[in-house]
Design a protein around this ligand. Structure first.
Ligand SMILES: [Zn+2]
Length: 433
């Protein structure tokens, strides 16, 4: 059993002025406590919530006796989290100031400070008593409610002062049981596609990450340069123009759609997903300042990790086991002869140095991921159950049409929910001819 948590954000209805004022007062007191606590924690090197609470509870409690006492607890939790991440940055000498700035505040609530009232409203304990806040549920919220997720005891609220609304962050929790895999679905994520082998047939989902990532990078840079010159670095106009690019949204869209297809394909067949084990390096690289030469590589890395993370997240929700294997040499060795494959200049098609047969680079990677999982080369690979090596016979290009990768353009797969059986058959048919 694994615990999966998801945060859902809902907005309250527009609150009456008097009610909203109470939340503004509450936020002010909460902020003040967090500011004091962070300052104290950082100057004394305290990272632990328990220690911070033990040292400062009495003082904070005395500060605002009108507040429900549990706000001191949550302020301590909030502050210790901020202090911890600031101290870590400081250690890496990445902190810009001597002390952290408490800019954006969301009020942390524990089970004494809030409770669900009904399905579309919650109660929040304030210095003016319990206040019932109605919120506007959306599709995503109902999906979690209706699919057996339960609400966690912690929540957060942020104030939207312009619209007199509360932004409520609720956490849903579900216990998911991993199933025993009946087979394996290897998934190779790279610059331009996500490749997978389903029961011996290779699929190449074109993502066009290269074009998308680089395109946005240069567009963003051009906008920044132009607007910085005209209006200075922190102009609103620039922010607005950048927002209009919808970069984040488009990248996330691709991410979730690919993840959905992969996860559904695995779930329908009750297969485990086999992924490359990514090192810790990429994340470190993102913090470090990197020379321009490596930039290309870095931004691609970031987007691979994004797709892989999305697959992991969705898989965990559905109880799909994930097997991580060592990514070394996955695209370099022939899956049949274990001999190196030589690729022509920049080509994705290579020739086996022993057998002389042709291979598609991404398909090779997938086969090797699959074999590594089958042979227990992965870090958490279980012994293959009901699945023998005879079930997978790697086929190079041009021996049998069904073993050539089926390239599927983004415009096509973006509308799919999983591998459609009918379209699947048509494509196969076209490929055979
Ligand atoms: Zn070979």
């Amino acid at each position: 059993m694994a615990k999966v948590t998801r945060t859902v954000v809902v907005k309250s209805v527009e609150l009456p002025r008097k009610v909203f004022r109470a939340f503004v007062e509450l936020e002010g007191m909460y902020r003040n406590m967090v500011e004091r606590l962070v300052l104290y924690a950082v100057s004394n090197g305290i990272k632990s919530f328990i220690k911070l609470k033990a040292l400062k509870y009495r003082e904070m409690r005395g500060l605002y006796l009108q507040l429900p006492s549990h706000y001191v607890y949550t302020a301590c939790q909030d502050a210790s989290t901020r202090a911890k991440s600031f101290l870590r940055l400081k250690k890496l000498s990445l902190a810009k100031r001597a002390y952290p700035e408490v800019r954006r505040v969301s009020i942390w609530l524990d089970d004494h400070l809030w409770k669900p009232n009904d399905l579309t409203s919650i109660g929040i304990a304030t210095h003016r008593g319990w206040v019932i806040v109605e919120f506007e549920p959306h599709r995503q919220y109902w999906r979690y409610v209706n699919r057996g997720w339960r609400l966690a005891s912690e929540a957060k609220v942020k104030l939207d002062k312009k619209n007199r609304q509360l932004i409520i962050y609720m956490t849903f929790v579900k216990e998911v049981k991993e199933y025993k895999p009946k087979g394996y679905l290897p998934v190779d994520v790279n610059e331009n596609n996500v490749t997978t082998i389903v029961d011996g047939v290779a699929y190449l989902f074109e993502t066009g990450t290269e074009k998308l990532v680089l395109g946005y990078y240069y567009r963003r840079k051009r906008i920044q340069e132009r607007y910085d010159k005209l209006y200075g670095k922190k102009s609103r106009v620039k922010k607005k123009v950048l927002r209009r690019l919808k970069e984040r949204k488009k990248k996330q869209d691709i991410r979730w759609k690919t993840a959905n297809i992969i996860v559904r394909t695995a779930y329908e067949r009750q297969y485990a997903i086999v992924l490359e084990k990514l090192g810790k390096k990429p994340a470190q690289n993102m913090i470090k300042k990197i020379r321009d030469k490596q930039l290309r590589h870095r931004i691609f890395q970031a987007s691979f990790i994004g797709i892989q993370k999305a697959i992991e997240e969705k898989a965990r929700e559905c109880g799909i086991p994930i097997i991580y294997v060592d990514p070394r040499n996955t695209s370099k060795l022939c899956p049949i002869h274990k001999a190196p494959i030589t690729y022509g200049n920049g080509s994705r098609i290579g020739r086996c140095s022993k057998g002389g047969e042709l291979w598609h680079r991404d398909v090779v990677a997938c086969y090797n991921l699959l074999f590594k999982a089958l042979w227990g080369d992965g870090s958490h690979a279980p012994s293959p159950v009901g699945y023998t090596l005879l079930d997978v016979s790697p086929m190079p290009l041009e021996t049998k049409a069904t073993h050539d990768p089926i390239g599927i353009s983004k415009s096509l797969w973006a509308r799919w929910k999983s591998l459609p059986q009918t379209q699947f058959a048509t494509i196969l048919d076209v490929m055979k001819r």
